[in-house]
Structures are given as structure tokens and as C-alpha cells.
Design a protein around this ligand. Sequence first.
Ligand code: APR
Length: 233
Amino acid sequence: MTGPGPLAGARRITFVTGAGISRESGIPTFRGREGLWRNHDASKLATVAAFERDPGLVWEWYLERRRGALAAEPNAGHLAVAAAERAAEVRVVTQNIDGLHGRAGSSRVIELHGNITRTRCSSCSGDWEGDLPGMPPRCGCGGLLRPDVVWFGEALGAAEWGAAAEAASWCDAMVIAGTSLAVSPANTLPLAARRAGATLVEVNTEETPMSYMMDASLRGTCSEELPRLVERL
Ligand code: APR
């Protein structure tokens, strides 16, 4: 494709990404039919209440997803986001917990919902390295170990949210890719960017609740649309 693209002239770009960008790396999205795991509604397992009720079941689900994330490879979408750094200053704010943006080479990634490959104690908050001691696993302090992710009903990390809000008001273009924009507060970032005067570009196979406010809506997959978009920077 030739001619200026929707990001032409952008010097500071913030990407906001969600499960759709990792779909083509084989990681299922959260919502819709894919959001079911052994007949459990996946979104109902990602809660403190589910963990308190049945930590073994929640761990089983996360261990399966942890293995999936570690076995997955970044796809052309993640690689295009990393390549954008050659033409502009870039921040990546992701709701994904799979670590694929970092593995694709993006240097500034804000992981709003944590990282599934890490484990921490739910009581003393200490990081846990290495194998899990039993199931459900316990820390030396006696507290239950948990995946280092943010569950529904929990607050985001203050540092992560602060950096994400700053990246939203800092950018002159925001690319919102592969997210349903159904989850708060991540879905307020496009509004903050718009208020600060940024161009908004969406990449999604489907319409989203914020499509109406986009300067450009690219209806296609992240692995097809993001390389094209970045090539024309
Ligand atoms: N390319 C682009 N978009 C895609 C693709 C693709 N290949 N495949 C799916 N999509 C779009 C879908 O149309 C949908 O809008 O990606 C979006 C995925 O939406 P969700 O599954 O809701 O994922 P996400 O927006 O990341 O969810 C946010 O919710 O459940 C929690 O904590 C979890 O981080 C997650 C948060």
C-alpha cells in the first residue's frame, strides 16, 4: 500500500492492546465462545472470590494458560508494534498477561493486568521463583501463592496505571488493537488520549463500543493490519 497512512507524522505513539493481538499466537480471547474452560466461564475464574473458594481449580486454569503463554511465539502484530520504535517513540500499554510484547522486542511495555509467568504471595506479596511447592502452593510465610495478575474487583498496580495514564496524555497517536474495550479502567485510555488531542486508530476484526470516536477503524486482524499501519509511519 502507498500514500500516507493514519499514523503519518506521528512522533509519539501509544499502543493499547488486548487479547485479540495474541489470538494469532494461539492464545484464546476472554470473551465469546473461546472464553470457556472445561465448562467454566473463564471470566468468573479470574476473581479473588473464585481463588478463595477453590485455589486449586484457579491454579489449574492459570498453569494451563502459563504453559500456553510460554509455548506461544509473538506474531506479526507484536513484531510490528516493536518495529514502530524505529520510526517513533513508542509506549505499549497491554491488558495481556502473556509477556509477548516484551518477547517481540518492545522496550517500554506497561502490563496493566500483570504477567502470568510470575508468581507472588497473596499474603506477604513476596515474589516466588521456581517450582510451585504443592497444590495449592504456599509461601514460606504460610500465605497462598497466586499468579501475579490483576483479577476482577482488584485495583491495578498504582505504578502501572500511572504510567498508562501518562502514556495516554503524552502520545500524539494512539493505536487500540485487539481489545473489546469492555474492561475499565483500560477503556478510559482512548478518552484521555482524545482529550489531549491525539489521533485514534483502532484495529479490530469487529466493531467496538468506541469505534464511533476513532479517526480510523481498521477492520481486520492485528497480524495483517498492524504491519501495514507501521510500514506507512
Ligand atoms: N485481530 C484483531 N482483533 C481481534 C482478533 C484479531 N486477530 N481476534 C479477536 N479480536 C478482537 C475481538 O473482536 C474483541 O474485540 O479482540 C477483542 C478481544 O476482546 P476480549 O476477549 O474482551 O479481550 P480484552 O479486550 O483484552 O479483555 C480485557 O478482560 O477478561 C479480562 O483481564 C482480562 O485483560 C482482559 C480484559
